[in-house]
Design a protein around this ligand. Structure first.
Ligand code: BGC
Length: 254
């Protein structure tokens, strides 16, 4: 089965068709700059443009940087406030004429890593942290996602953690790798004190450069970089559009 995976980020909206059995992209990825301001109308139009680019007829899975429940957006940390209360799934279906599933972006990346990447076959408590414009989190217990954790917003030194340790802070404040790694490490220690994960997977674009900052991380848990790198968001969003066995069973028994 193929699903069009879309990853809506602060700077770019990326998409590609994904084979959800193998996790492979079956076409070249396409990227459109995120419109500014990133309002619902602007972003939905950009996603529709992407869908048109692929001439896509079929299910769409879309990762979005906010809490998502039943297709509705509930938070707006790094996106326009107008998103709050918007039924993103409905808008996307209307704009494209295809069925759409919306999921938190970090949860999407987590699904992909757990199925095809660094968390494959891993049991126990796995925490995925994405370091980008903000800090996203995905939490899995024995392979099962606990959706919409917003652990990037835990307070560290009296400040929202993502405002201290996101990748965007490294760039904005021109921190060197060691300075930034110390902030990330402090954040991860906070996570560890509260959750005691068995494995921590670090995702986001910066995970490609893990060799620059991993040597400064001192947490007790095993810590590894994401394996799907840039594609995790797209692949995981596509996976989210595949009905799970339990939801299929619920539907079939009705
Ligand atoms: C948002 C999360 C999102 C993360 C990464 C945070 O600011 O609150 O929902 O997963 O950024 O994009």
């Amino acid at each position: 089965m193929e699903v069009l995976g879309v990853d809506i980020g602060g700077t770019g909206i990326k998409g590609a068709p994904v084979n959800v059995e193998t996790g492979e992209l079956t076409g070249e990825r396409e990227r459109i700059p995120t419109p500014h301001p990133a309002t619902p109308d602007g972003v939905i139009a950009a996603v529709a443009q992407l869908v048109e680019h692929f001439n896509w007829k079929g299910p769409i899975g879309c990762g979005f940087p906010a809490v998502i429940k039943g297709g509705e957006v509930h938070t707006a940390s790094n996106i326009a406030q107008e998103w709050i209360g918007v039924n993103a799934q409905g808008l996307l279906e209307q704009a494209t004429g295809q069925t759409a599933t919306i999921i938190n972006d970090a949860d999407a990346a987590g699904l992909a890593e757990m199925r095809f990447g660094a968390g494959k076959s891993r049991h126990g408590l796995v925490l995925i942290v994405t370091l980008g414009t903000g800090i996203g989190s995905a939490l899995f217990i024995d392979g099962r996602l606990i959706p919409n954790t917003e652990l990037g917003h835990i307070e560290v030194r009296g400040k929202d953690a993502e405002r201290r340790a996101a990748e965007s802070v490294r760039e904005r404040k021109q921190l060197n790798w060691k300075q930034w790694a110390r902030r990330v490490d402090e954040y991860l220690h906070t996570m560890e004190r509260l959750l005691w994960p068995d494995l921590i997977i670090i995702g986001g674009g910066v995970s490609r450069k893990y060799e620059r900052f991993f040597p400064h991380l001192t947490v007790r848990a095993e810590i590894v970089p994401a394996q799907l790198r840039n594609d995790a968001g797209i692949v995981g969003a596509a996976l989210a559009a595949v009905p799970s066995r339990s939801s299929r069973a619920r539907r079939d028994s009705k």
